[in-house]
Ligand binder design. Structure first.
Ligand SMILES: C[S@@+](CC[C@H](N)C(=O)[O-])C[C@H]1O[C@@H](n2cnc3c(N)ncnc32)[C@H](O)[C@@H]1O
Length: 222
């Protein structure tokens, strides 16, 4: 991992784009996230079995690195969705060849109103994005709707709540985000109708603050 880019909390105008990348700074932050989120993706995806026939949707796809990764693992079509225009443009550029071959689509849209039929996907993934979902339980239920029976939702976050942590508090206020505990994630997934909820936690490093953090990934089944 390239730690050159960490401590971007010192640059709030740039960091605010984590919620919804926009303009030149949004473009710049996506480049940084593509690098800084690589370790989280590699660690967390060890827990997700993906077969070559799995149809995959990456929600809050940002720069599209995970869409690119899934295209190498699955032979099925891979979709990326993000409500940010810049993120969709960057994702589409990165996955241009697969889009031309009809193997990939990048769609601008919100998790709250997914533009897909019921039972469309085997796997939905959400890397570093659930913090910003506006109506968490209903949004999880919306993701469940587009999953096939037995399909899985995979969530990976670089942050768990830290009591009395001034920098985390600053980050939450700046980005107007929700940092969920393991118990809150599991409870919310159950409330949204998911079962077989399994979580994994790892002590690591937060790429926003450069400080010790707990990473979490959660897998839940429809
Ligand atoms: C911190 S970035 C993470 C991007 C990428 N998943 C990664 O790991 O690098 C969060 C992304 O989620 C997207 N996002 C946030 N809320 C969303 C929503 N309600 N619907 C769709 N996308 C959303 C943002 O636009 C942004 O691209």
């Amino acid at each position: 991992m390239n730690y050159e880019n960490i401590n971007i909390i010192e640059d709030p105008e740039l960091l605010i784009n984590a919620r919804k990348p926009e303009g030149k700074l949004g473009d710049e932050l996506i480049e940084k996230m593509n690098i800084n989120h690589e370790c989280l993706a590699r660690w967390s995806l060890k827990y997700l079995d993906i077969s070559r026939s799995d149809a995959i949707l990456d929600i809050g796809c940002g720069g599209g690195v995970n869409v690119d990764r899934f295209l190498k693992i699955s032979d099925s079509k891979v979709y990326g969705l993000d409500y940010s225009k810049v993120a969709c443009e960057k994702s589409a550029l990165l996955n241009e060849d697969a889009i031309c071959e009809g193997r990939c689509e990048i769609i601008q849209g919100s998790v709250s109103d997914l533009p897909f039929d019921d039972d469309s996907f085997d796997i939905a993934t959400a890397f570093e994005t659930v913090y910003f979902w506006p109506d968490f339980i209903n949004d999880l239920a919306e993701v469940r709707r587009v999953l096939r029976d037995g399909g899985r939702l995979f969530i990976a976050n670089e942050a768990l709540p830290k009591q009395d942590d001034a920098r985390q508090k600053e980050l939450i206020e700046l980005l107007d985000m929700n940092i969920y505990s393991k118990e809150q994630l599991e409870q919310s997934l159950h409330e949204a109708g998911f079962g077989n909820v399994v979580s994994y936690v790892k002590q690591s490093r937060d790429s926003f603050t450069g400080e010790d953090a707990n990473w979490i990934c959660v897998i839940a089944q429809k």
